[in-house]
Design a protein around this ligand. Structure first.
Ligand code: NAP
Length: 346
């Protein structure tokens, strides 16, 4: 059986996901696309999923009777509209992060999903599907290093494009740590602080870069993360959990070790698309399989909401320098059937 998918947003990650869903993964085909730039959508369809209908709007795509499930990969501020449209049509929807650009908008999606009566929404937090993070979680859950006490992380990009401004270090970049660390520790956050230091001369415009984000969890675990998006040397994701009896670290991506000219070296990836390429495949295959089976088991709308609440607190902490409490709505019983923190698997 093939799941017929419609993709809204045919930019960078939209095209990547179309390529996965139409040809690379098993059990799915892209039968419709749309983008605010219709010519771009038509070109993407011709190249990646010939024969797919190119719709004038995301709503038209959702209304297309051939579309059984929707993937939203458009610009963040448009996510709420398209996710709500899919829920209203009772069609499962995979939405790239962020679920929506404000916590209030995420909550509207949560309430719409509850009103629909069954889980329909998955958010594209793909790190939960990364083999390295899964191994790290196994090490934490098994108790091998004892109770987690501290987590040290770094999220480094070689450079960022000109449109990367303002608080995107939090809302676009650190949002991945926000979700994956909550999943890793099976814990929620209670406060955030941002510590700014010396600014790199490589940061464009007035962008603040780098800075440290400190989170505290309900169980008292302290997390520090360096966000440094113009580090020059590559795309580098680090995570080390310090437990009562030892430490556990995220494995480095496989790379050939070379000896040459009196030096030992191995390459560092430069492109985020390559760092998590396998995780995207596993994530979307799992979504296709679950959706075809009438289930929904990845990161939920509640996870999207909690990430937005945390992200808002971090932005506020960066602006004020204060330690900002992270206060979320009470989790609706609808999400109780999932994990203690309201998260589904994977
Ligand atoms: P992008 O290259 O700018 O693509 C977004 C596309 O959506 C563009 O073609 C844009 O058209 C289109 N669009 C904007 N508003 C729209 C609307 N109202 N209706 C239909 N299409 C609309 O951005 P991207 O890098 O692919 O990112 C897309 C989303 O994926 C973002 O939310 C981003 O945070 C997320 N993302 C997630 C990951 C991950 O690791 N999980 C990685 C990358 C991106 P115009 O260019 O004409 O505005």
């Amino acid at each position: 059986m093939t799941l017929n998918v419609g993709v809204i947003g045919t930019g960078a990650i939209g095209q990547e996901h179309i390529g996965r869903l139409h040809g690379k993964l098993a059990g799915s085909a892209v039968v419709a696309v749309s983008d605010i730039d219709r010519d771009q959508a038509a070109a993407a369809a011709q190249r990646l999923c010939p024969g797919a209908t190119v719709h004038r709007s995301g709503q038209d795509l959702v209304d297309d009777p051939r579309v059984e499930a929707v993937v939203v990969t458009s610009w963040g501020p448009s996510h709420e509209e398209f996710v709500l449209a899919a829920i209203a049509a009772r069609k499962p929807v995979f939405c790239e992060k962020p679920l929506a650009v404000t916590a209030e908008a995420c909550l509207r999606i949560v309430h719409a999903e509850i009103a629909a009566g069954r889980p329909l929404v998955q958010v594209g937090f793909m790190r939960r599907y990364d083999q390295g993070y899964r191994l790290l979680k196994d090490a934490v859950v098994s108790g091998t290093i004892g109770a987690p006490l501290l987590v040290h992380c770094a999220h480094r990009n070689a450079s960022v494009p000109p449109h990367y401004t303002g608080d995107m270090g939090i809302t676009d970049t650190f949002i991945h740590e926000i979700d994956v660390l909550r999943w890793l520790l099976d814990d929620d956050y209670v406060s955030a602080q941002v510590v700014k230091g010396r600014r790199t001369r490589h940061a464009p415009g007035t962008l603040e870069d780098p800075y440290m984000i400190l989170l505290e969890t309900r169980d008292g675990v302290r997390i520090d993360t360096e966000v440094f998006v113009n580090c020059r040397f590559g795309y580098d994701i680090q995570c080390q959990v310090v437990g009562e009896d030892g430490t556990a670290s995220l494995p480095e991506p496989a790379a050939v070790a070379m000896r040459r000219d009196g030096q030992r070296s191995s390459a560092i990836l430069m492109d985020w698309k390559l760092r998590f390429v396998d995780a995207y495949d596993v994530e979307l295959q799992d979504w296709v399989d679950a959706t075809a089976a009438g289930a929904m088991r990845g990161p939920s709308a509640w996870d999207g909401y909690f990430a937005a609440v945390t992200s808002d607190a971090c932005v506020e902490a960066k602006r004020t320098g204060a330690i900002v409490p992270i206060v979320a709505d009470g989790r609706p019983a609808f999400y109780d059937r999932q994990t203690p923190t309201g998260r589904r698997g994977p």
